[in-house]
Structure formats: C-alpha cells, structure tokens
Design a binder for this molecule. Sequence first.
Ligand code: HEC
Ligand code: HEC
Ligand code: HEC
Ligand code: HEC
Ligand code: HEC
Ligand code: HEC
Ligand code: HEC
Ligand code: HEC
Ligand code: HEC
Ligand code: HEC
Length: 305
Amino acid sequence: MTSRPLRTRRQIPGWLVVPLTVWLVFVAGHVIAQDDEDRVGSDTCEACHDEVAAAFKDSVHWHNDPEGSCENCHGSGAAHADEMDPTLIRRFVPETAANERSAACLSCHGRNSKHGTFTRSDHALGSVVCNDCHKVHEATLDSSLRKESPALCYECHAPIRAQFSLNERHPVNQGGLDCSDCHDVHAPSPRGTLAGFKQEMCLSCHNEYRGPWFFEHEAVTVEGCLSCHTPHGSANRHLLTYQRAGDLCLQCHAEQPFFHDLTDTVVDPDNPTAPPRDGRFTGINDCTRCHAEIHGSNNDALFLN
Ligand code: HEC
Ligand code: HEC
Ligand code: HEC
Ligand code: HEC
Ligand code: HEC
Ligand code: HEC
Ligand code: HEC
Ligand code: HEC
Ligand code: HEC
Ligand code: HEC
C-alpha cells in the first residue's frame, strides 16, 4: 500500500471550484429531464392536455420521439400529473430561469456544433432563451420561428430597424438577404456572431473584391471591409462610414501630394474675379474618381484607373 496524501480527495482545490460549480449547475438543469423513473409518457399528458397534444402531432419534435416527447422538454411529469400543479412541471415562462429553459433544449441541440456554443452567445448572456425566437407548439414558419426575420429581430433591436430604413442599406427589408446571412444568433461574439471570419462573410457575396491583387490596399486586406463600410445602412451611396469619400480617406491619409490640398482655395480660371472656392467643394474630394480601383489593383500601385 502506498501512502499517498489524501488532501486532493478531501478538499476541492481552489481552481476547481468555479468549473465544478458551473458543471453542477449544468447537470442540475438536466436532472428533471433525465430522471426516467418519474416519467409518465406523452399519453398521460395527452389525457388532460388533449388540445395541446393534438396540435403538437404535426411537429418535428413529435415525429422524432412520440413516446417521451412531452417530457423531453417539460421534464418528468409524475408529480405534476398527480397534483395538477403547474409549478411542478417545467414551464417556459419568465419565472423559470433562462438557463434552465435553454438547457432543456440544449440537452439535444447542444450536441451539434451549430448550437452547442449557445450558452456563450450574446443572446444567452443577455438572458435571451430559445423560445424567445422559436415556437415549438403549433409551429408554422420555417425553422419553427415565432415570427419571420427581420420582424422578429426588430422587436428587440429597434435601432437596427432605423439603420435598415435608410435609403442606402443592404436590402434586408426587401428580402434581398437576411440578418442570418451575416449573423449566427446562436454563436458567441464577436466573430462567431458574424457568420465567418471578418471579411469572409462579406466576400461570400461580394467575391469580386477577394483578390489577390498585385497591388493590395492594406485598408482592405489588413483592416477589413468595415474600416470603410457600414454593414447595415449609411447616408453614403456606397455604404461608406462617411458621407463623403474624401473625409473617409483623410482618416488614414492626412498627407498627399500638393495638388490634393483640400484646404487650399481654388480660383476659377473662367471667372478669376469671383471669390475663391473651398478645395473641399472641388472634385479633388471625390478620391475614387481617380483612385478608382480602391479595393486593390493589378495595374497601378496607387489604384488609379
Ligand atoms: C391529470 C391532469 C393532468 C395531467 C396528467 C398533466 N397535466 Fe399539465 N396541467 C394540468 C392542469 C390542471 C394544469 C393547470 C392549468 C392551467 O394553469 O392552465 C396544467 C398545467 C401544465 C403546464 C403549465 C401551463 C401553463 O399555462 O403555464 C404545463 C407546461 C403542463 N401542464 C404540461 C404537462 C405535461 C408535459 C404533462 C405530462 C407529463 C402534463 N402536463 C400532465 C393537468 C394535467
Ligand atoms: C421541444 C420541446 C417541447 C416539447 C416536446 C413539448 N413542449 Fe410544451 N412547451 C414548450 C415550450 C417552449 C413552451 C412555451 C410556449 C412556446 O414556446 O410554444 C411550451 C408550452 C406548453 C404548455 C403551456 C402553453 C400552451 O401552449 O398552452 C403546455 C400545456 C404544454 N407545453 C404541454 C405540452 C405537452 C402536453 C407536450 C406533449 C404533447 C409538450 N408540451 C411537448 C416546449 C415543448
Ligand atoms: C429530445 C431531443 C430534443 C429536444 C429536447 C429539443 N429538440 Fe428541437 N429538434 C430535435 C430533433 C431530432 C429535431 C429535428 C432534426 C433537426 O432539425 O435537428 C429538432 C428540430 C428543431 C428545430 C428545427 C425545426 C424546423 O422547423 O426546422 C428547432 C427550431 C428546434 N428543434 C428547437 C428546439 C427548442 C426551442 C427546444 C426547447 C424548447 C428543442 N428544440 C428541444 C430534438 C430535440
Ligand atoms: C435570437 C433569436 C434566436 C434564439 C435565441 C435561438 N434561435 Fe435558433 N434560430 C434562429 C433563427 C433566425 C434561425 C434560422 C436561421 C438560422 O438557421 O440561423 C434559427 C434556426 C434554428 C434551428 C434550425 C437550424 C437548421 O439547420 O435548420 C435550430 C435547430 C435552432 N435554431 C435551435 C435553437 C436552440 C436549441 C436555441 C436555444 C439554445 C435557439 N435556437 C435559440 C433564431 C434564434
Ligand atoms: C427577445 C429579444 C431579442 C430578439 C428577438 C433578438 N435579439 Fe439579438 N440580442 C438581444 C439581447 C438582449 C442581446 C445582448 C445584449 C446586447 O448586446 O444588445 C442581443 C445581442 C445581439 C447581437 C450582438 C450584439 C453586439 O453588441 O455584439 C446580435 C448581432 C444580435 N443580437 C442579432 C439578432 C438577430 C439577427 C435577431 C433576429 C434573428 C435577434 N438578434 C433577435 C435580444 C434579442
Ligand atoms: C451584410 C451583413 C449584415 C446584415 C445583413 C446584418 N448585419 Fe448586423 N452587423 C453586421 C456587422 C459586420 C456588424 C459588426 C459591426 C461592427 O463591428 O462595427 C453588425 C453588428 C450588429 C449588431 C451589434 C452592433 C450594433 O450596431 O448594435 C446588432 C445588434 C446587429 N448587427 C443586428 C442585426 C440585425 C437585427 C439584422 C437584420 C435586421 C442585421 N444585423 C443584419 C453585419 C450585418
Ligand atoms: C448574403 C449576401 C451579402 C453579404 C454577406 C454581404 N452583402 Fe453587401 N450586398 C448584397 C446585396 C444583395 C446588395 C445590394 C446590391 C444591389 O442593390 O445591387 C449589397 C450591397 C452592398 C454595397 C453597396 C453597393 C452599392 O453601391 O449599392 C456595399 C458597399 C456592400 N454590399 C458591402 C458589404 C460588406 C462590407 C459586407 C460585409 C460586412 C457585405 N456587403 C456582405 C449582398 C451581401
Ligand atoms: C479603403 C476603404 C475601403 C475598404 C477597406 C473597402 N471598400 Fe468597398 N468601397 C470603397 C469605396 C470608396 C467605394 C465606392 C467606389 C466608387 O466610388 O466607385 C466602395 C464600393 C464598394 C461596393 C460597391 C461597388 C459598386 O459597384 O457600387 C462594394 C460591394 C464594396 N465596396 C464592397 C467591399 C468589400 C466586400 C470590402 C472588403 C473586402 C470592401 N468593400 C472594403 C472603399 C472601401
Ligand atoms: C483604415 C485606413 C485607411 C483608409 C480609410 C484608406 N486607406 Fe489608403 N492606405 C492605407 C494603408 C495602411 C496603406 C498602405 C500604407 C502606406 O503606404 O501608407 C494605404 C495605401 C494607399 C494608397 C497607395 C499609396 C501609398 O501611400 O502607399 C493610395 C493611393 C490610397 N491608400 C488611397 C486611399 C483612398 C483614395 C482612400 C479613400 C477611398 C483610402 N486610401 C482609405 C490605409 C487606409
Ligand atoms: C484628379 C485625380 C485625383 C484625385 C481626385 C485624387 N487623387 Fe490622389 N493621386 C492622384 C495622382 C495622379 C497621384 C500620383 C501622384 C504622383 O505620381 O506623384 C495620386 C497620389 C495619391 C497618393 C499617394 C501619395 C504618395 O505619397 O505616393 C495618395 C495617398 C492619394 N493620392 C490619396 C488621395 C486622396 C485621399 C484623395 C481624396 C481626398 C485623392 N487622392 C484624390 C490623383 C488624384
């Protein structure tokens, strides 16, 4: 017999306390659902909830597992079936903790990689649960959504609605693309929330700007599309972060050759006695008139056309 110190058995090391607590909370969320002894079966539920059950029989969840179906989500129902007390069964209502409600769904959906990270998403951290967006009884919409997107999203993200109401915007309200083309609402942020790494998501639709270019614009290749564009809507025709292209370029290019001078006053050669015009209102501010291949070029190091 060896006489190994038993300290690690009797005492939980400090660094384990947090992970252990998280694990226990996680397991506790599953206890009701997995405690098979107290299950009564869907038939029993149906005896009292016949209308709810009848309407449920068209759903993917019923087809998946008719026998245990109700209790897969609501948890074992023996006590509730005996006493008919609604507090003795898991209800998907605000009084039930958000993580418990989502854990009931994740006991199955957590196994797939798409939804497995939900608990770390901005939505889960903001106490948004699966059934805030999904409706599993009497589902009629695609993906069993409670409401069509983007109307569903605007319910909670009012400022985003305003951005997509601008004249220049991605045509989300027009059905050209959907919030979910760019965001994975089930995934952690920041990058996971955007469906793909940085500009990969943008390039999945705007492939013509992928390159590689012989002359790359570092703003595009290093900083990414969002260093110049807003993703939702903008006052600018090309979804630029500034109304005027010149103001955007000047954020990074304070210095250009002399003839670019924007503050210099310009005398109109046809009318030399008129007061000089501000350089800002001459064409020089329209940088992409000359630097037309702004995303990258195979011909010119200065992206001139
Ligand atoms: C003997 C009858 C009976 C049986 C069996 C029964 N329930 Fe209930 N259930 C009730 C009654 C009564 C209520 C309270 C009704 C109310 O508040 O609207 C209720 C309430 C509920 C609620 C809460 C409803 C709400 O509006 O918040 C859920 C969820 C529920 N039952 C699910 C189940 C499930 C799942 C089963 C099977 C495991 C089941 N019930 C079995 C009678 C029954
Ligand atoms: C896939 C998970 C899931 C399954 C399976 C399920 N439910 Fe539900 N149930 C929910 C959720 C979530 C809600 C909250 C309302 C909603 O989002 O549709 C709910 C709400 C309810 C309610 C109260 C609200 C209402 O619609 O009257 C009752 C009662 C109920 N379920 C009974 C049942 C019965 C009976 C079964 C089996 C026939 C069942 N549920 C199967 C998830 C489920
Ligand atoms: C017992 C396992 C199980 C549980 C628990 C469960 N699901 Fe499902 N769910 C499935 C299966 C299986 C499918 C069908 C195959 C698929 O799409 O992955 C499905 C499909 C879905 C779909 C796609 C439906 C469609 O119309 O395309 C949604 C949305 C969904 N579940 C949401 C939920 C929500 C919300 C909960 C919790 C209230 C939940 N699920 C609980 C197993 C489960
Ligand atoms: C903020 C709203 C929102 C929340 C919260 C949410 N979903 Fe979804 N879910 C969506 C939208 C929108 C879609 C359809 C687009 C997509 O597939 O991403 C979807 C699609 C799905 C699908 C179908 C995927 C497929 O391949 O067809 C499943 C399954 C699903 N969600 C399960 C869940 C589960 C489980 C939870 C909770 C752990 C959850 N969702 C939370 C909005 C949400
Ligand atoms: C029930 C309310 C609700 C619904 C519905 C909802 N969200 Fe959210 N959303 C939130 C909350 C709460 C947060 C976390 C707090 C925050 O960052 O605003 C969040 C966060 C986000 C974030 C991350 C925000 C950030 O600052 O990084 C994105 C992206 C997002 N939601 C997109 C969507 C999309 C797309 C939909 C529709 C499919 C949707 N949401 C539906 C409530 C909701
Ligand atoms: C063309 C792709 C695209 C579409 C479509 C899109 N988004 Fe975004 N969204 C983004 C990007 C990229 C960011 C990150 C912006 C940043 O980091 O500056 C973002 C940021 C957000 C944020 C967090 C920042 C903020 O402004 O509050 C929310 C919330 C959000 N989007 C919700 C939505 C909703 C809701 C929809 C649909 C109505 C939607 N998005 C459609 C690309 C998109
Ligand atoms: C799901 C496909 C899709 C994704 C992803 C996408 N876009 Fe778009 N984009 C479009 C569509 C569709 C239009 C509208 C084209 C039209 O009206 O002719 C558009 C228009 C634009 C325009 C304005 C073009 C113009 O002058 O009218 C810019 C700029 C743009 N997108 C940049 C981006 C950026 C940056 C991203 C990443 C944050 C992105 N897009 C992601 C589909 C997409
Ligand atoms: C250095 C700033 C900058 C960066 C970074 C940038 N763009 Fe642009 N983009 C512009 C400018 C400026 C225009 C307007 C071009 C013009 O005036 O002809 C434009 C126009 C566009 C257009 C509309 C073209 C049209 O025909 O109307 C799309 C789509 C676009 N960009 C997508 C992207 C994508 C995708 C990325 C990331 C890979 C990206 N941009 C990165 C500055 C930039
Ligand atoms: C986010 C910062 C950023 C923005 C915005 C930006 N650029 Fe650049 N640009 C760079 C960087 C970094 C380089 C390469 C480094 C360098 O040599 O200065 C570069 C290089 C260039 C070059 C090649 C000449 C040179 O100095 O190497 C031109 C021309 C240029 N940019 C024009 C523009 C124009 C026009 C705009 C506006 C549409 C613009 N840039 C917007 C960061 C930016
Ligand atoms: C009328 C056409 C025209 C317009 C408009 C224009 N440029 Fe240029 N730009 C040029 C030419 C031509 C050169 C090359 C000059 C040279 O070879 O010395 C150049 C060179 C540059 C360079 C490279 C400087 C270097 O050190 O090599 C930058 C950066 C630049 N421009 C930025 C801008 C910005 C920012 C704007 C908008 C405020 C702008 N340009 C507007 C024609 C233009």
